[in-house]
Design a protein around this ligand. Sequence first.
Ligand SMILES: C[S@@+](CC[C@H](N)C(=O)[O-])C[C@H]1O[C@@H](n2cnc3c(N)ncnc32)[C@H](O)[C@@H]1O
Length: 282
Amino acid sequence: MACASTIFAVLLVLAILALILAKAIKLTVASSWYKRRYAKRQHYWTELTALVFEPLKRKLFADLDKKLKEVNGDVLEIGIGSGQNFQYYPHGTSLIAVDPNPYVKKLLKDNLEKAGNKVHLKRFVVASAEDMSCKGKVGVEDNSVAAVVCTKLMCSLTDDQIMQTVQEVKRVLMPGGRFYFMEHVAGSPWTLQYLLQQLVSKSRFWPTVYNGCRCDRETLSWIEQGGFEVVQSIKTWPSWSPEKYSKKHSFDWGTRLKLYIINSMLVGFAEKGKTAEEKKHL
Ligand SMILES: C[S@@+](CC[C@H](N)C(=O)[O-])C[C@H]1O[C@@H](n2cnc3c(N)ncnc32)[C@H](O)[C@@H]1O
């Protein structure tokens, strides 16, 4: 009997500690200290990996210039962080930036300055991609942008948030406008990489350590269900050779394992169709 009550007391203490820990993590993640730190950390990481993603981004944005001439309007980048895509944008791009973390703005401005007059920031909207209407404040209007860009955002969203984000993208795109995406997703089923991705994501280890990020996302299925007229994409495994990885961080076994786990990228675009009425006027 004494033994049972000791076990009960230990379990109760553990449950209370778990609750306190969960609350503490929630408060920390919501604090401005954490958001500032996270913005800097993301910026550091994207600079480290810029060369790895360069060939993918060149391919992804190859026809952005042509598309913007055809549809003629602003580019909206969601989850923009410090702005790592400006070198792929056409000269004279008018940009609307969306990110819920206000502390990315300073880093974004630095990168805009580096881009010179190539990219003009029309508006920075502090919002989540899954709700850009920003009720009451200036958000992003229906049918108002020619292209939406999204790189390395959806891995950190829940399934519901991804679904809502895809709907928001469709809402804000002009007819004929394009959604460009580059996301890390689940690899080919039942490979060692796939199994590791499932293990670290489903155990909640990866999301806890990397701010909600998961490596087992099937993002394409959400985009395909989004009601776009055309969806084109490829899944690819970029080369993480040490020369491509910035020398600022050691390329040790821990880093290699981490990179192996996340290294399956989805790159493509989805296009919003025109209504029958709009097609008549072409
Ligand atoms: C991994 S970083 C990627 C930044 C940038 N797109 C890039 O390719 O380097 C993810 C960014 O998405 C932002 N973010 C997180 N949750 C978001 C949400 N629900 N809606 C929009 N952006 C979000 C974060 O603040 C962060 O800046």
